[in-house]
Design a protein around this ligand. Structure first.
Ligand code: SF4
Length: 220
C-alpha cells in the first residue's frame, strides 16, 4: 500500500472516511468502518501532536504507565478526551515492540499483555489464584513480572513477541487443533481459559473465566 498509495502515510493528509475505506478494502484489510473512523482520528492526533512520527509518542518515557499519563496530559491540555481511541496499554506496548525491531528505543515495556498472554500465564502455572480477576488488574500484575523475565534475554522483544503470537494464533485453535507439536509449553499447559467471549468480537469481557477448560488428548 505504501508503495502504491501514500495517502494514509503522509503527515497532514487527512483522507475522507470514504477514501480510507476504499483503500483498506482494496488491500483486503477487513476493518469495520467504525474502526477506520478511529484509525483516522488516531492518524490526525499523531500528525498534530507528534509530527506524524510514532517514535515521538515514546519520547521522554520508558514505561507504559508514564506513557499513558503523558498522553492523557497532552490530551487534557488540548481538550481531547482520548488521544488515540481504541489504543491502550497493550497496543502501545505492542507498537513499541514492533518499533524496537526496526530502531532501538528507550522504552522498556515491550510486553503486550492481552487476554491470551494472561491465559498462558495462568494455564502454565506462572500465575496462581482462585476466582475471577479483571483483565486490567491482571495485566497490571503481569506486566512488570514479564518485562523483568524477558529483559534477561538479549532479544527480549523476541520472547515477548513469541508469547503474544502463541496466544493469538496458538491458543485460539487449541480447542480444535492438536497443538502438541507446535506449542513449546504444551507439556505444562492445562489448556486455555474458558472465556465468556473475546473482546475483539465487540463484546467486552470483564474477567477471565474460571475454571480452566481441559485440553484434548495429545498423540505423542
Ligand atoms: S497448549 Fe494450547 S492453550 Fe496452552 S499455551 Fe499451548 S497453544 Fe496455548
Amino acid at each position: 500500500m505504501h508503495d502504491e498509495d501514500q495517502t494514509l502515510f503522509v503527515q497532514s493528509v487527512q483522507p475522507s472516511l470514504e477514501k480510507a475505506t476504499e483503500l483498506f478494502r482494496a488491500y483486503q484489510i477487513a476493518l469495520p468502518v467504525k474502526d477506520i473512523r478511529l484509525f483516522l482520528e488516531r492518524k490526525y492526533h499523531l500528525d498534530v501532536f507528534f509530527d506524524g512520527d510514532p517514535l515521538k509518542i515514546y519520547e521522554g518515557v520508558d514505561n507504559v504507565s508514564d506513557l499513558m499519563k503523558k498522553l492523557s496530559d497532552i490530551g487534557k491540555a488540548a481538550g481531547i478526551k482520548i488521544m488515540f481511541p481504541g489504543a491502550a496499554e497493550k497496543i502501545f506496548s505492542l507498537l513499541a515492540m514492533f518499533i524496537n525491531e526496526l530502531v532501538e528505543i528507550e522504552f522498556k515495556d515491550l510486553v503486550p499483555i492481552d487476554v491470551w498472554v494472561q491465559s498462558i500465564s495462568a494455564s502454565t502455572g506462572v500465575l496462581k489464584g482462585k476466582g475471577k480477576i479483571g483483565t486490567k488488574a491482571l495485566s497490571k500484575q503481569l506486566r512488570p513480572l514479564m518485562a523483568k523475565s524477558f529483559s534477561l534475554h538479549i532479544e527480549n522483544e523476541g520472547a515477548s513477541n513469541a508469547t503474544w503470537i502463541l496466544g493469538k494464533f496458538g491458543c485460539t485453535h487449541c480447542n480444535h487443533q492438536d497443538m502438541c507439536k507446535l506449542c513449546p509449553v504444551y507439556h505444562i499447559c492445562k489448556g486455555p481459559f474458558e472465556r465468556a467471549c473475546h473482546h475483539e468480537s465487540g463484546n467486552p469481557i470483564d474477567a477471565i473465566q474460571l475454571p480452566l477448560k481441559l485440553k484434548g488428548k495429545c498423540e505423542k
